[in-house]
Design a protein around this ligand. Structure first.
Ligand code: NAD
Ligand code: MG
Length: 395
């Protein structure tokens, strides 16, 4: 019996995760068909992907770029419909014919389309951690309410998902899990002191030792804010308290994370650092499919090292833990301030150590409110961005 291929929307199709997703999809044409591909400004890479995957719909950030793409696609004889703007992202995320949505837009811009996919009850492959960090309880309530299947793509959370019992809702303790061990590579500046970090450049920050990723997450990995956002992400995904999540620096990035159990067992998921593994897991779950990833060669790895994170030199991890403990809109404020700070660092308007400083200042300037609804969260995000820009302009 032949089974209908699953239709997939890839939000953020021109990014690093988008490219890995399309690579896995292309290996299984009998299983997956692309419904929509989206990008913000990168119209040429999107054209290229449309030629290969022939989606029904393509989305770009503005109408000028959309008109350009429409013209090129017509010349190429392709019937892809081209839309523009944030509402079109929501449209292709919740469309009735879509089974699976890969959420791989970077930053807060991913929140509304990801939430739309969740509310429409899709299988949602969550790479865009910022969406969950911002909207935490609201997001998880929407998953529970719609019956959406939420599968974590962030490698650490995907690893933990694989290490937990199939049914892990209702608190970790109920399932004998005592701790989640979230591994971190330590980023390109592991071992450096605060003073040594002051003069590092965007190029150095983006040169990650183990993973090839977009620029924003590369800087987050260098400041350890990525691990802080992931700590918050783990609390929501797995119903954990912040003190149940231990960050373990593991420079080889071979163990992608672990779960510790009451009987002393620690279960780990290992693999080469290649995002196609968690992406293939999410696409095919509960089946397993070829991801194009080489088998792990333990003799080549030879050794696995572990150390505690340095929260003196990398304060962003602590700031994130504190934001999760504060609750309400605090994680949305942290995320917004960090997005502004990272963009300023990449633009050379802010030094590397200024990122944590700016996040702490915005945190101190913004009151924490209950994250009662989406409007409150979006307002906290907007006001935190404003406070961050004000501080940057004053300096
Ligand atoms: P990237 O910068 O390579 O790609 C981002 C994508 O989002 C691009 O397609 C871009 O066009 C689109 N985009 C950017 N701004 C947008 C906007 N305002 N509106 C609509 N679309 C927009 O990023 P990436 O490294 O692929 O990361 C994507 C997400 O996945 C991030 O949230 C990141 O934290 C997460 N993630 C990435 C990795 C990785 O290995 N790259 C690993 C784990 C999690
Ligand atoms: Mg990760």
């Amino acid at each position: 019996m032949s089974v209908r291929p699953r239709t997939v929307t890839v939000l953020g199709a021109t990014g690093s995760i988008g490219a890995s997703t399309l690579d896995v999809i292309a290996r299984h044409p009998e299983r997956y068909r692309v419904h929509a591909l989206t990008a913000h400004r990168s119209r040429e890479p999107l054209l290229e992907r449309c030629r290969v995957h022939q989606p029904a719909v393509a989305v770009l950030g503005d109408e000028r770029d959309a008109a350009w793409l429409r013209q090129r696609l017509r010349e190429a004889g392709l019937a892809t419909e081209v839309l523009a703007g944030a509402e079109a992202l929501v449209e292709v995320a919740e469309a009735g014919e879509v089974d699976v949505v890969m959420s791989a837009i970077v930053g807060a811009a991913g929140l509304l389309p990801t939430l739309a996919a969740v509310r429409a009850g899709k299988r949602v492959l969550l790479a865009n951690k910022e969406a969950l960090v911002m909207s935490g309880a609201l997001f998880m309530d929407a998953v529970a309410g719609s019956g959406a299947t939420l599968l974590p793509i962030d490698s650490e959370h995907n690893a933990i998902y694989q290490c937990l019992p199939a049914e892990h809702r209702g608190g970790l303790g109920r399932h004998g899990v005592t701790q989640l061990l979230l591994t971190a590579s330590g980023g390109p500046f592991r071992g450096r002191s605060g003073a040594e970090l002051a003069a590092v450049t965007p190029e150095q920050a983006c040169a990650h030792p183990n993973w090839s990723m977009g620029r924003k997450i590369s800087v987050d990995s260098a400041t350890l804010m990525n691990k802080g956002l992931e700590l918050i992400e783990a609390c929501w995904l797995f119903d954990a308290r912040p003190d149940q999540v231990q960050v373990v620096v593991h420079p080889q990035s071979v163990i992608h994370s672990m779960a510790a159990y009451a009987d002393g067992s620690v279960i780990a998921q290992l693999g080469n650092p290649d995002m196609r593994t968690p992406i293939a897991f999410g696409l095919a779950w509960p089946e397993r499919i070829d991801a194009g990833v080489e088998a792990l060669d333990l003799f080549a790895v030879a050794r696995l090292d572990f150390e505690a994170p340095d929260e003196e030199a990398f304060p962003c991890l602590r700031l994130a833990r504190e934001a999760m403990a504060a609750g309400g809109t605090a994680p949305a404020v942290l995320n917004a301030a960090n997005e502004v700070a990272v963009a300023a660092f990449l633009d050379r308007r802010l030094g590397f150590t200024g990122i944590g400083e700016l996040v702490a200042r915005v945190r101190d300037a913004r009151p924490v409110a209950a994250a009662a609804d989406l409007e409150t969260i979006l307002e906290a995000d907007a006001l935190a961005r404003q406070a961050a820009h004000d501080w940057l302009n004053r300096c």
